[in-house]
Design a protein around this ligand. Structure first.
Ligand code: GTP
Ligand code: MG
Length: 273
């Protein structure tokens, strides 16, 4: 065979990518990577100092992928070291601890830091993000449930995984899906698929579920003023019911949100003449 043709085929088959891990200190970023690469778990906390770097090879379909993993330190102290390493990443593993709400709430600020550091040429559409809801083995201390985490991830077009670096749950599934999506993206000219098309629910549905979750009482949940009339309550209810009915809405948490809206309406109507 012509050596140039052979070389081109080999080039198509091998791929070199860069991935980074992001999330608050102590959520388990290094342990997730260690579980995947070394098949072991270290219970003692050894904070990453600035950044750890490793290389691994994986096979996706007919391609061999050389993966450069940059495992970031989550501690704010290491910001100056970290910020050099955001550029040219094809994949990001976003991690939070299901037992620490602040680590979940911090995901937005991690995305903000990343955008800032990548500068004006930042093209977040050319990066695959996966979200790890980690430490699911510690069920008793869990405070962020699956639908809340899934909604945050999927409404941004990110894949969501429940993981435990301790037991290994979800780890290889997460990495397989992650590397396979990165390969798809590279083969698709470096663009990830449009989330609106692939996730099957709208931003309005996701925002409404989040608003319902954080509402302070039944009036607030239905989005009416305290003292509203039966007609106003029913009108608000019908609008939400159409938006969130489980037959129509596949967004994570829609069923619970729908039930909460039904209960809020029932309790309000009981007290309105
Ligand atoms: P920084 O490097 O400081 O940003 O932290 P990190 O996110 O890399 O956390 P690391 O992987 O070092 O883990 C922090 C602590 O959580 C360690 O004591 C781990 O043993 C523990 N840990 C990590 N993942 C899990 C898990 O899935 N389950 C349990 N039970 N503990 C975990
Ligand atoms: Mg670490």
């Amino acid at each position: 065979m012509d050596t140039n043709v052979q070389k081109r085929r080999e080039n198509k088959k091998s791929l070199r990518i860069k991935v980074i891990s992001l999330g608050n200190a102590e959520v388990g970023k290094s342990c997730i990577i260690k579980r995947y690469c070394e098949k072991r778990f270290v219970p003692k906390y050894l904070a990453t100092i600035g950044i750890d770097y490793g290389v691994t090879k994986v096979q996706v379909r007919d391609r061999e992928i050389k993966v450069n993993i940059f495992d970031m330190a989550g501690h704010p102290f290491f910001y100056e070291v970290r910020n050099e390493f955001y550029k040219d990443s094809q994949g990001v593993i976003l991690v939070y601890d299901v037992g620490l709400r602040e680590s979940f709430d911090a995901l937005d600020s991690w995305l903000t830091e990343m955008k800032q550091e990548m500068g004006s040429q930042a093209n977040m559409e050319s990066i695959i993000f996966v979200v790890c809801a980690n430490k699911v083995d510690l069920t008793k201390r869990r405070v962020v449930d699956e639908s809340e985490g899934r909604l945050w991830a999927e409404s941004r077009g990110f894949q969501y995984f429940e993981t435990s670096a301790q037991s290994g749950e979800g780890i290889s599934e997460m990495f397989q899906a992650f590397f396979s999506s990165i390969t798809d993206m590279c083969e698709n000219g470096g663009k990830r698929p449009n989330p609106e098309v692939s996730i099957g629910f709208t931003k309005e549905q996701a925002d409404t579920i989040r608003r319902i979750r954080s509402s302070k009482d039944s009036w607030d949940m239905l989005g009416v003023k305290p003292g509203a009339t039966r007609e106003e309550v029913n009108k608000a209810y019908r609008k939400l019911a159409v938006l969130l009915h489980p037959d129509k809405c596949v967004a994570p948490g829609s069923e619970d949100a729908f039930k909460a809206v039904v209960n809020a309406r029932t309790s309000l109507l009981k007290n309105i003449k």
